[in-house]
Ligand binder design. Structure first.
Ligand code: AP5
Length: 208
């Protein structure tokens, strides 16, 4: 099974993707997480990507496609994969169709004002890569590994607003791309995490 999770920044793609990938034993492929790992490790790719990500712009299709193709050849993708934050441009979506058959694109729909609010509450652990909410943090420590959490540079309000503009211009048109292919599921993401998950599971169980 190949799934794509679409939605604006902060819609809850990563939150849902992790749960769905666990349930259906799919490789969770988050291009954002992969890029952040490159930045943390100071690789050449990470150095190129850092300023682009901090500004809320998109990394080039060429870099992303090379990274994704490489990742798909790893053994954990045998049973299928769930793409979180990929594709993000028309060129990426066309390229993905050429090397994999997407079963369903899940569009997590959340209004912009809720996004800005959610991002201001999100914290990131550079040590283990997990994401958490301010209210779940005690003394600035990651609830999973205990190391200090930070706010992602691209979660500052001005950058979030730019990411939303980039999403509207370059990624939102992919909703129509998958709708035309008869592969779109839109779920209301402005509900609690469990309710959003149930909607996705209901649709996926119907695919079998
Ligand atoms: P990426 O990491 O993919 O960022 P994004 O798409 O902007 O998505 P986020 O990770 O910010 O949010 P999310 O939808 O996963 O939400 P989350 O579950 O964390 O990309 C970062 C950057 O990398 C891009 O800007 C770009 O530069 C580059 N990049 C990545 N992929 C690329 C590509 N394919 N092409 C080119 N460039 C690329 O949830 C957000 C918050 O809300 C959390 O705090 C969470 O706890 C909370 N939350 C989640 N669900 C709920 C709920 N139902 N109710 C209340 N709160 C909730």
């Amino acid at each position: 099974m190949i799934l794509v999770f679409l939605g604006p920044p902060g819609a809850g793609k990563g939150t849902q993707a992790q749960r769905v990938a666990n349930k259906y034993v799919l490789a969770h492929i988050s291009t954002g997480d992969m890029l952040r790992k490159e930045v943390r490790e100071g690789t050449e790719l990470g150095q190129k990507a850092r300023a682009i990500m901090d500004a809320g712009e998109l990394v080039s299709d060429e870099i992303i496609l090379a990274m994704v193709k490489n990742r798909l050849s790893e053994p954990d993708c045998k049973n299928g994969a769930l793409f979180d934050g990929f594709p993000r441009t028309h060129a990426q979506a066309e390229a993905l169709s050429a090397f994999a058959n997407v079963d369903l694109a899940v569009n997590i729909d959340v209004p912009s004002h809720r996004i800005v609010e959610r991002m201001s509450q999100r914290r990131f652990c550079p040590a283990c890569g997990c994401t958490t909410r301010v209210k779940e943090i005690i003394s600035g420590a990651c609830p999973k590994c205990g190391k200090p959490v930070i706010q992602r540079d691209d979660d500052k309000e001005a950058t979030v607003l730019n990411r939303l503009e980039v999403y509207e211009a370059q990624t939102k048109p992919l909703i129509e791309f998958y709708e035309r292919a008869g592969k779109l599921l839109t779920v209301d993401g402005d509900r609690d995490v469990g309710a959003v998950f149930e909607s996705v599971v209901h649709a996926l169980d119907g695919l079998a």
